[in-house]
Design a protein around this ligand. Structure first.
Ligand code: AMP
Length: 425
């Protein structure tokens, strides 16, 4: 299939070709037609599938083919869970609308609101926003959502993870009832289905390639190792393997900082990215990582979510995630754009249950290796890490900074709720 056959306007085709895209990705093939028809869409797609263009292209087509008021009220709202994702989605909107008379902007917390409010006052067709800042500006009468025609909820599962359910409900009340709704989520829990029922009208359901297919393309390995030897092991792997670009996941912000310091003192350029870092520090870390001046990016799950880092050769789970689906999200970053990647997990005795859960989810056993000098501790307990452990700085985020949410109760029904207490990192 070609982009032409999807019926997108010439201005959009020009922008697509400028980006170098040859054919639509599966999610684009499936999502673009129903969105163009004006249908509500529920899409199962994670970062890396091309989902952003999947909703942005038809959205831009609709807005530009149906021009409205000259004063440019906000006609489309794209809600994302994190600042990074908001910024990336807005970059895509700008790229794809280059040859259209469409104005857009992005708003998120942690930075001065004045320039954001001023841009909105001058009129924008598309607003990309995180929930906290959106509601803040609305409460100050600095923006209105009463002319929104299309509402996009991106990474809905992360929205719930981060406790944004109440905020989403608040935002919904500010928009006209008659509108088109598009919801994207990587996973489909009961909570997500419930949210979808409340938002979408008779939606078309579309799905990108199942997650398991992605997982199969990635070479995965587990190193069984004593907890206290993990830092030494990861440093050895990076140095011996001469790895150039490594994304390392830790469970907590504190753990990310600690590991990052150790790497730096071993002569490896590293930066940490998590919710306690300022916007400037995060942007700097990310751009250093992308341009190669930073070899290792140490991240927590929420901070890493949605980061667009193409062609990642190595992902290391310094600690296994306590939610199995996060493992799939993490390692999915190595399998992008057809490039094969390597995902390595350092697993200590207390993570044995997490490993078993992950293997059950992905339906395969992961090869295990033990490196001489970095053996597991035969006397260590296999008792899983308890909720509440590794939970430094629990209350350090603020809603406006979009790292944490007010309401965490929406997850209580989930099977994994016992393990989710430390997710705000
Ligand atoms: P996303 O899943 O939206 O974060 O997109 C992941 C990456 O794929 C981004 O770097 C996009 O620029 C790129 N991309 C999106 N659509 C296509 C396409 N049809 N062909 C090639 N690359 C694409």
């Amino acid at each position: 299939m070609s982009f032409q056959s999807l019926g997108l306007s010439d201005a959009l085709l020009k922008a697509i070709s400028k980006k170098g895209y040859k054919t639509p990705s599966p999610i684009q093939e499936k999502a673009i037609p129903p969105v163009l028809e004006g249908r509500d869409v529920l899409a199962s797609a994670q970062t890396g599938t091309g989902k952003t263009a999947g909703f942005t292209l038809p959205l831009l087509h609709y807005l530009s083919e149906n021009p409205k008021a000259k004063f440019r009220p906000i006609r489309a709202l794209i809600l994302t869970p994190t600042r990074e994702l908001a910024a990336q989605v807005h970059e895509s909107v700008k790229d794809y609308s280059e040859f259209l008379d469409i104005r857009s902007t992005v708003i998120f917390g942690g930075v001065n609101q004045k320039p954001q409010a001023a841009t909105i006052r001058r009129g924008v067709d598309i607003l990309v926003a995180t929930p906290g800042r959106l509601l803040d500006l609305h409460n100050q009468n600095l923006l209105s959502l009463n002319r929104v025609e299309v509402f996009v909820l991106d990474e809905a599962d992360r929205m719930l993870d981060m406790g944004f359910l109440r905020d989403i409900e608040r935002v919904m009340k500010l928009m006209p009832e008659k509108r088109q709704n598009l919801m994207f989520s990587a996973t489909f829990s009961k909570d997500i289905r419930k949210l979808a029922n409340g938002i979408l009208n008779n939606p078309v359901q579309v799905e990108a390639t199942p997650e398991n297919t992605t997982v199969e393309a990635i070479s995965q390995k587990v190193y069984r190792v004593a907890k206290g030897l993990k830092t030494g092991l990861i440093i050895k792997l990076i140095i011996d393997g001469n790895w150039k670009q490594v994304l390392v996941f830790t469970r907590t912000k504190h753990g990310a900082n600690k590991l990052c310091k150790k790497m730096i003192s071993s002569g490896i350029t590293a930066a940490a990215i998590h919710g306690n870092k300022s916007q400037g520090a995060r942007t700097k870390a990310l751009s250093g990582f992308k341009n190669g001046s930073v070899k290792v990016l140490v991240a927590t799950d929420i901070a890493a979510r949605g980061l667009d880092i193409p062609l990642l050769p190595h992902v290391v789970n310094f600690e296994l995630p306590n939610i199995s689906e996060d493992y799939v999200h993490r390692i999915g970053r190595t399998g992008r754009a057809g490039a094969n990647g390597q995902a390595i997990s350092l697993v200590s005795a207390d993570e044995t249950t997490f490993l078993r859960d992950i293997e059950k989810l992905i339906g395969q056993k992961i090869d295990v290796e033990v490196l001489e000098g970095f053996e597991p501790d035969p006397n260590a307990s296999t008792e899983p890490i308890k909720p509440g452990q590794n939970r430094q700085n629990r209350n350090s985020g603020s809603r406006n900074s979009n790292n944490s949410g007010g309401n965490r109760n929406n997850r209580s029904k989930s099977n994994n709720s016992r393990r989710r207490n430390d997710r705000r990192n």
